[in-house]
Design a binder for this molecule. Structure first.
Ligand SMILES: Cc1ncc(COP(=O)(O)O)c(C=O)c1O
Length: 398
């Protein structure tokens, strides 16, 4: 009965696959490369307890009050300094706190997309971004990933085609640093070229940066926002990956006029983000814990990344290929043409290894049949070796 009452956009939300896979994350008997999540074993638990107590002492019940829709001003001021250190000059009223950057993706899609509007995305690209954009019924055009980021010639060809048809894209969605799922970093040359194209063809760049801090070899490439002279970039950042995700606190940085529109949209969505989380993060920032934690997680995840790299090189058959990874959480594997991710997944679960099949990272599901995503962030080094050995064995069996 409910089915014929549902809105048309629900059809775009069919992707239950990921929810099913998320359920495997906590199973102790499985070596999981599935969730792209940080490892709670490295969370700064004791310091967070101390900060929590001090907040209760200092602020009392205020910690449970609503925050403003734009978010706690001190936290936004902290972010102004955080971004200044990364070459981005902004002010607190060009920032809005969101409930995870996942909400940022929803808000951007909500305020920009009318059904049928064109949006570009990485192919493969982040499933949650693709999901949010699709749910507002955009026409999503995927641009192929190369080892230094999206294929900008292909982007230009698509832009020309759209312009020939009298249509303009609203925005391009990019995860320029160590993207999910490909692990790829966008080169400086391509960042500059995409900004030029945005100016020429009049579209926004949505720069989503959850993995930007997780650079394991100190590679410095500026944020696209830091190169942006014409306010083409809407920047999103989050505490989820380099610090902790459970507070659900993230931010959008854009021109003030747009922040006002985001604020209106957010009022309709959830009024305000978690105020306790905002107080906690502000205090963690003030005490230097955010910087300290970043220094702790970098060698921790780097060791796992290198373990995965070693294991892939040691065990995988020649027909399997992947991009080089230097940051973030992921490896993206192309399987031999006779092996699909879904078939491999069924067998892998029997052998107690999990990963994410490639399909949901493509605007058109079937384009991802031969790919899988492996995350190394939550798997201890020994298990990485064992898990990859098992997977490689299964691929050989095909
Ligand atoms: C590229 C990308 N964007 C956004 C998110 C969502 O992050 P948050 O926890 O801030 O909502 C993720 C989480 O996996 C992600 O990989």
């Amino acid at each position: 009965m409910y089915k014929n009452k549902l809105a048309r956009r629900v059809k775009q939300m069919e992707n239950g696959e990921l929810a099913g896979l998320m359920g495997l994350i906590d199973r102790d008997d499985i070596i999981s490369f599935a969730g792209g999540i940080p490892d709670e074993c490295i969370f700064p638990h004791e310091q967070l307890c101390e900060i929590t107590e001090s907040l209760f002492e200092k602020l009392g019940s205020k910690v449970f009050q609503y925050s403003s829709t734009e978010g706690n001003r001190e936290l936004r001021e902290y972010l102004v300094d955080f971004l200044a250190e990364r070459g981005i000059k902004t002010s607190f009223d060009e920032l809005i706190i969101t409930t995870g950057s996942q909400q940022g993706l929803d808000l951007v899609s909500k305020i920009f997309i009318d059904p049928g509007d064109i949006v570009f995305t990485e192919k493969p690209g982040y499933v949650g971004g693709i999901g949010a954009i699709k749910s507002y019924e955009a026409e999503l055009i995927g641009i192929d990933m190369e080892s230094d980021g999206i294929n900008v010639e292909q982007l230009e060809t698509e832009l020309k085609r759209c312009s020939f048809e009298g249509r303009k894209a609203k925005f391009i969605y990019l995860v320029p640093d160590y993207s999910n799922p490909s692990g790829i970093r966008l080169s400086l040359e391509k960042r500059i070229r995409i900004l030029e194209l945005a100016e020429e063809y009049d579209f926004y760049i949505l720069e989503d940066t959850p993995y930007s801090e997780l650079t394991y070899y100190h590679e410095t490439i500026p944020y696209i926002k830091a190169l942006d002279k014409n306010r083409r970039v809407i920047l999103m950042g989050t505490f989820s990956k380099f610090f902790i995700p459970g507070l659900r606190v993230a931010w959008i940085c854009a021109e003030k006029e747009l922040i006002d529109v985001f604020s209106r949209a957010k009022q309709n969505a959830d009024l305000a983000s978690n105020s306790f989380g905002q107080f906690l993060l502000t205090e963690a920032g003030r005490r230097g814990l955010l910087d300290e934690q970043l220094q702790r997680v970098l060698p921790y995840y780097k060791e796992r990344m290198e373990a995965m790299d070693r294991a892939l090189n040691k065990y995988m058959p020649e027909e399997v290929s992947w991009f080089d990874v230097k940051g973030g959480f992921f490896y993206w594997l192309k399987l031999p043409s006779n092996v699909t991710g879904r078939e491999l997944f069924r067998k892998a679960i029997e052998r107690r290894v999990a990963f994410v099949t490639g399909n949901s990272f493509f605007p058109v599901d079937s384009d991802g049949d031969n790919y899988i995503r492996l995350s190394f962030s939550k798997t201890p080094v020994d298990d990485i070796d064992k898990g990859i050995e098992r997977l490689a064995g299964l691929i050989r069996d095909f």
